[in-house]
Design a protein around this ligand. Sequence first.
Ligand SMILES: [Zn+2]
Ligand SMILES: [Zn+2]
Length: 104
Amino acid sequence: MPLDKLNRTLTKVNRTLATVNRTQNTVRNTTNQVKRGKQERERNQQKQQQNAPEEIPWTCKCGAQNITNFCGTCGGSPPVCPNCNIIIDTPFCPDCGTPPSTGV
Ligand SMILES: [Zn+2]
Ligand SMILES: [Zn+2]
């Protein structure tokens, strides 16, 4: 019967279509994952840039110039703004005007 054959062919076509749909979904999911991963990477990069310690040169009370968190000559701490928690090399914090605490 030709109709029977036609029906079988239709079933086969439908199965193939289902496979194609599944493949499309997989591709879409993978694309979304790739997009998400890219966004997360970009977010992480921004975070790292914000958290990166700024190498501000500061003058120790012993007179040595340092860019690290402690004086390489006497081991003293840099002047830090108690409000902003940043190293400052000026008599007052450039952000809030508070005099630095040497944090000894
Ligand atoms: Zn020092
Ligand atoms: Zn401050």
